[in-house]
Design a protein around this ligand. Structure first.
Ligand code: SPD
Length: 277
């Protein structure tokens, strides 16, 4: 076994290391450093600007929970938007809904799409689906032009660093909500309660002004700092509506109705954080 390690340090007080078998790809695109690794146990791993985005082993906890919670709330979504998500993981889950007529992926960095199509074969076929449209544009401008358009929106973003920082703002949430169809549901990547309490509180406060049923939920992803990540749910329909619906065709690795319900059960300190919003 190799003794080469990749180490991520997103927060100043915690590091995550994966044992590297091979570097498969490395480049600097116009926007960021892109690295694809073969890692022991976790398999192929995408790293952007030094931060782990997904591994083959544990990405289902992220992608299935990001997509199925809002999509099942809507039931039979026809139009969906993924902001970011150039790796194709969320896209592959979204395409499982037979009702879908169009999925737009608004990803600024076309190189992420091209690299992931090469190195993540499980997601690559998603891009061949005729319902998919890739838009390589800034999400703010794209959302502004599309009020009331999408049944489901997933903001599958990197962390709030550099160019992604403004995707964690009230302005961005407002644009997302404006782009939703009246009965639609959106989810945004919303970080880790231990490390990002102030950010989560301020985004939840903003969400309360924008929709009737904002909520925060959490999923396990061992290779993310703290072992998991949260999502902000934005809709005028409560998330519980999704529990009543049949699952789309295909096999889940992580999602089931029990995990859907359990994900919204929050520790006392997180409840206080949100109630203080
Ligand atoms: N700290 C890592 C957060 C990564 C969130 N984005 C993941 C993108 C996977 N499609």
């Amino acid at each position: 076994m190799s003794n080469v390690w990749f180490t991520e340090q997103l927060h100043p007080f915690l590091r995550t290391s994966l044992r590297v078998e091979r570097i498969l790809h490395e480049e600097r695109s116009a926007y960021q450093h892109i690295l694809v690794l073969d890692t022991a146990f976790f398999g192929r791993t995408l790293v952007l600007d030094g931060i782990i985005q997904l591994t083959e082993l544990d990405n289902a906890g992220y992608h299935e929970m990001m997509v199925h919670v809002p999509a099942l709330t809507v039931g039979a979504p026809r139009r969906a938007l993924i902001v970011g998500g150039g790796d194709g993981g969320a896209l592959a889950q979204m395409l499982r809904y037979p009702s879908l007529e169009e999925v737009v992926v608004c990803e600024l960095d076309a190189r992420v799409v091209e690299v992931c199509r090469t190195y993540f074969p499980t997601f690559a076929s998603a891009w061949e689906d005729p319902r998919v449209r890739l838009v390589t544009r800034d999400a703010f401008a794209y959302l502004e032009e599309r009020p009331g358009t999408f049944d489901v929106i997933c903001a599958d973003t990197t962390d709030p660093i550099g160019m992604a920082e403004r995707l964690f703002s009230e302005d961005f949430l407002r644009l997302v909500v404006q782009a939703l169809a009246p009965d639609g549901a959106a989810v945004t990547q919303c970080e880790q309660p231990y490390f990002d309490a102030a950010l989560i509180q301020s985004l939840f406060r903003a969400a309360q002004k924008l929709v009737q049923h904002p909520a925060y939920y959490y999923t396990f992803v061992p290779t993310y700092p703290g072992g998991g990540i949260g999502f902000l749910y934005l809709s005028n329909r409560p998330w519980t509506e999704g529990l009543k619906r049949p699952l789309p065709p295909g096999e889940n690795t992580y999602y089931n109705a029990e995990m859907h319900r359990a994900a919204f059960a929050l520790p006392a300190f997180v409840q206080r954080l949100l109630q203080g919003s």
